[in-house]
Design a protein around this ligand. Structure first.
Ligand code: OAD
Length: 233
């Protein structure tokens, strides 16, 4: 481990599962309870904005009832103590990495606690509900939507992420099924750059065979173990 200087970490819903946030594709997960086309596409929002605003208002409010787990905290420790660079990229829209102590987190699929104004395009920190059509803090138009990337939309920070993948020597994927692109393609991008690749997940992901190494188990156990190994090694 001593020669590793630049690490890129990708996290998904599995890292927050033990904090009590439903994953998407597990039995009883979010995509069994709700139709993706209804709550996670621009077309669904245009068809029934109340349904969509309510869905994200509930998910935002539910953040008050959960706390970060040992995996979030271990990654924050890695960011603080690792001598090289650690870029933390998450597909999650929750704020558990930040509350676990991570300073810099790239939320490629947006954030529940952010509002996007469809009138002026500004992204604003947002804690409350949107269902009553509150005014945008910048232009005052009653045009806020959840600042969450829906299917068919472009994820955030892609330039920065691909740049980091090209330069990294270790890519680690944690708690993600590998079912959604572009994130599912990061492992191949990192391999092209010559990086070592590691998967930490409860079960083998869809792209499991693309990784040099796969460690299976609960994030709250295997992530702190791996961090200990990197910092101690
Ligand atoms: P998924 O629900 O697709 O996958 C979660 C993964 O975490 C699965 O492979 C589980 O086996 C694993 N997992 C569950 N519990 C775990 C635990 N305690 N420890 C470790 N791993 C665990 O969630 P994502 O891969 O994050 O996008 O989904 C990717 C994207 O699909 C989401 O960001 C979202 C969704 O549609 C958008 O909404 C745009």
């Amino acid at each position: 481990m001593t020669q590793i200087k630049r690490i890129v970490i990708l996290t998904g819903a599995g890292i927050s599962a033990e904090s009590g946030i439903d994953t998407f594709r597990s039995a009883g997960g979010l995509w069994e309870q709700h139709r993706v086309e209804d709550v996670a596409t621009p077309e669904g929002f245009a068809r029934n904005p109340d349904l969509v605003l309510n869905f994200y208002d509930m998910r935002r409010a539910a953040l008050a009832d959960v706390v970060p787990n040992a995996a979030h905290m271990a990654l924050a420790r890695l960011q603080r103590e690792f001598a090289g660079e650690v870029l933390l990229v998450t597909q999650n829209v929750d704020d558990l990495h930040e509350r676990g102590g991570s300073g810099q987190v790239l939320h490629m699929h947006g954030e529940l606690k952010s509002a996007l104004c469809t009138a002026c395009g500004t992204r604003s920190r947002w804690e409350g509900a949107m269902i009553e059509r509150p005014p945008c803090p910048v232009c005052a138009a009653p045009c806020l939507r959840p600042d969450v990337v829906w299917f068919g939309e472009m994820p955030y920070e892609m330039g920065r992420i691909y740049q980091a993948l090209e330069a990294c020597d270790l890519f680690v994927s944690i708690g993600t099924s590998g079912a959604v692109y572009p994130a599912a393609g990061f492992v191949e991008e990192a391999r092209r750059a010559g990086a070592r690749t590691l998967e930490l997940n409860l079960e083998p992901s869809e792209g499991s065979r693309l990784f040099h190494e796969s460690r299976l188990g609960k994030a709250s156990v295997i992530v702190p173990e791996w961090v200990e190994e990197v910092l101690g090694g």
